[in-house]
Design a protein around this ligand. Structure first.
Ligand code: PMP
Length: 426
């Protein structure tokens, strides 16, 4: 049994020693002390089915033994030097990652987070094109640093500092968007925006294929293909933010952008790439990377031996355990059952996503008014029933279901049964 600090004390110290901008889930926040694959345990030993994976960070499973072993073995031998010396782990990892990329996306930069990855991607886009303007989608989340905060398009995450030359276009949201699933209309809006709102030339376009923080919004089918063409005609490069959607989570494809049939010029990743390790990456083409050689691009911890060994182990586990196919299989059943539940409960306005990258949007009427209060009650209830989901969207009325990729069909059934029970007793 756990003998460490209890929730009340942790919370008290957190309030005293950590920044007040931190937020927590649940009225009485959970003190999670252990994790094993798709399960988390609190201080009392209560087990929770984790359907949010530490904000989509745990890919293989909490404390997956292969990843833990790789990290421990490397830690005992050498933890850190930086890239001023050679080390095999970073090149092995880079080679393995590059082998997962389509087209000419073969040059890897390692960083420590998604924010850093997007900062670097934006810098590359500007260096390569000589242009400044970036186009991002409304409802996007790309980070909270001084640069990426401009890309992020949710007021709750934005501090009022200069946001850079960023243009936010409509997000092609099939459920709430003005043009429904009509990708061409949204794409036309991007073209108009470039024509009217910029000099006509842009540095780049960035998008998540599945908006995560924004509430599990899958972009209208065909959108990226049309927009990539428009952006490239305007001199820009196309960046795919795969921080949440990569590594087979969508089931149908290894990368989220592949669901839209495009190949980006720059891909950013983090979260699932390290199964919990602080790790991020940017992958681009040799041509784009070459412009970065005009200066030194250096990152002390990027590609350190420990995280590289862990990251390589993650890629191997996902392959060995056939996690992409598993996500497709389990996700198919989960979404099917959620859609059946939608027929039963009017409060479920939309069930969307692919694989283990799903969203359930709660509404209180036919006008799709966000069921904010009900969502908050259900969220607590699910926790009491032992199921942890994520919350998303500006109104917090979307449940984000993005569990560790070892999540089983039985787990999916348990989650849906718990949701059914909770809604029935609202
Ligand atoms: N991009 C996306 C799509 C994200 O969801 C996040 C984090 N929620 C980030 C970038 C930023 O990642 P990090 O918090 O690791 O900096």
């Amino acid at each position: 049994p756990y003998k460490g600090m209890l929730a009340d004390e942790v919370l008290e110290k957190r309030k005293k020693f950590l920044g007040p901008s931190l937020f927590y889930y649940y009225q009485k926040p959970l003190n999670i002390v252990e994790g094993k694959m798709q399960y988390l345990y609190d201080e009392t030993g209560k087990r929770y089915l984790d359907a949010f994976a530490g904000i989509v960070t745990v890919s293989c499973g909490h404390c997956h033994p292969d990843v833990v072993n790789a990290v421990v073995e490397q830690s005992q031998l050498l933890q850190h030097t930086t890239t001023i010396y050679l080390h095999h782990a970073i090149v092995e990892f880079a080679e393995a990652l590059a082998s997962k990329m389509p087209g000419n996306l073969k040059v890897v930069y390692f960083v420590n987070s998604g924010t850093e990855a997007n900062e670097l991607a934006m810098l590359m886009a500007r260096m390569y094109t000589g242009n400044l303007g970036m186009i991002a989608l409304r409802n996007a989340y790309h980070g909270g640093s001084a640069g990426t905060i401009g890309l992020t398009a949710l007021h709750t995450w934005k501090y009022p500092i200069p946001q850079g030359e960023i243009h936010h276009v409509m997000n092609p949201d099939p459920y709430r968007g003005a043009f429904g699933s009509d990708a061409a209309h949204y794409a036309k809006e991007v073209e108009d925006h470039i024509n009217y709102g910029t000099s006509g030339n842009v540095a780049g376009f960035i998008a998540e294929t599945f908006q995560g923080v924004g509430g599990a919004v899958e972009l209208a089918p065909g959108y990226l293909k049309l927009v990539y063409d428009i952006v490239r005609k305007s001199g820009g490069v196309c960046i795919a933010d795969e921080v949440q959607s990569g590594f087979g989570r969508t089931g149908s494809h290894y990368w989220g952008f592949e669901t839209q049939g495009v190949i980006p010029d720059i891909v950013t990743m983090a979260k699932g790439i390290g199964n919990g390790l602080p790790l991020g990456a940017v992958v681009t083409t040799p041509e784009i990377a070459s412009v970065m050689s005009k200066r030194i691009q250096f990152n002390t911890f990027g590609g350190n031996p420990v995280c590289s060994a862990g990251g390589l182990a993650v890629l191997k586990v996902l392959d060995k355990e056939k996690r992409q196919a598993h996500c497709a299989d389990v996700g198919f059943q989960l979404i099917d059952r959620l859609r059946t539940l939608q027929q039963k409960h009017d409060i479920i306005g939309d069930v969307r996503g692919r694989g283990l990258m799903l969203g359930v949007e709660l509404v209180s009427d036919k006008d799709k008014t966000p069921a904010k209060a009900e969502a908050a009650v259900l969220f607590e209830k699910l926790k009491d029933l032992g199921v942890l989901v994520g919350k998303g969207g500006l109104h917090g009325n979307v449940f984000r279901i993005k569990p560790p990729m070892c999540f089983t069909k039985q787990d999916a059934d348990f989650l849906v049964d718990a949701l059914d029970y909770a809604i029935s007793r609202l």
